[in-house]
Design a protein around this ligand. Sequence first.
Ligand code: PAF
Length: 288
Amino acid sequence: MRIIRTIDGIRTAVTEARAARRSVGLVPTMGAFHDGHLSLMRAARADNDLVVVSLFVNPTQFGPSEDLAAYPRDEARDAALAEQQGVDILFAPEPAEIYPDGFATSIHVSGITEVLDGASRGAFHFDGVATVVAKLFGIVAPDIAYFGQKDAQQVMVVRQVVRDLNLPVRIEACPIVREPDGLAMSSRNVYLDADARQQATALNRALDAASDLHVAGERDAATILEAARRVLLHAGIRPDYLELRSNDDLTPLEHVDRDALLAVAARVGAARLIDNHILTTRDERGTR
Ligand code: PAF
């Protein structure tokens, strides 16, 4: 596996692959790899001739009171893990390579960014994500890019950017990977001490309680959400948000008569965690 730090370098490598008619898959990441990231890399490996993983802790998607400085970084460990998954190139640029002096563009997606994490963290967050992802697509020009469904709203924002800007890339959303006790894997789980780690299991248990009600036929959103809220409160967790929204456009739902995103965010110990289930009307089981 090659580690490339410059835009010129990655462009040369991708141009060579294209000349040899090789397909290119991209897994955009901020490092601190866990099994969720590795599952994206394996999906990219199965589908593409050349697999590029970008490792860039994007400063513009962090707010001033967020964890940019503390965000876990261990490039040597990440590189070893990526290599084990058969990744061909780790693209690990410095911030100045991505945001040189004079950088002045920001991509803003309206509507779907104004709720859930966009409302809770602030509009800057998805502006930062949309801009860096569009840049990565411009730099790497992948055929397919892979994202984790844990960041369900991020996937929707990226799909919207791709649609609106006619970017020639297919977006693949891969299932949430969970610990044996149900906690969704996240780079931020390293912030949890033993008590908080235990407390954090309540997020998925809350989503399970709500999903079970939905599977049993309940369609009233307030009733479904109340089941989840009870589990969170019992664990001493006050969510930033706990909401049921349409899985197409994030409009709020009072009655769950279509595929719905059941999403939660909460501060648990030193970490702010998010998780979600899709409540689907196509079959009787939610996607967990
Ligand atoms: O999900 C992430 O790790 C980041 O938001 C992403 C997509 C790599 C953009 O910085």
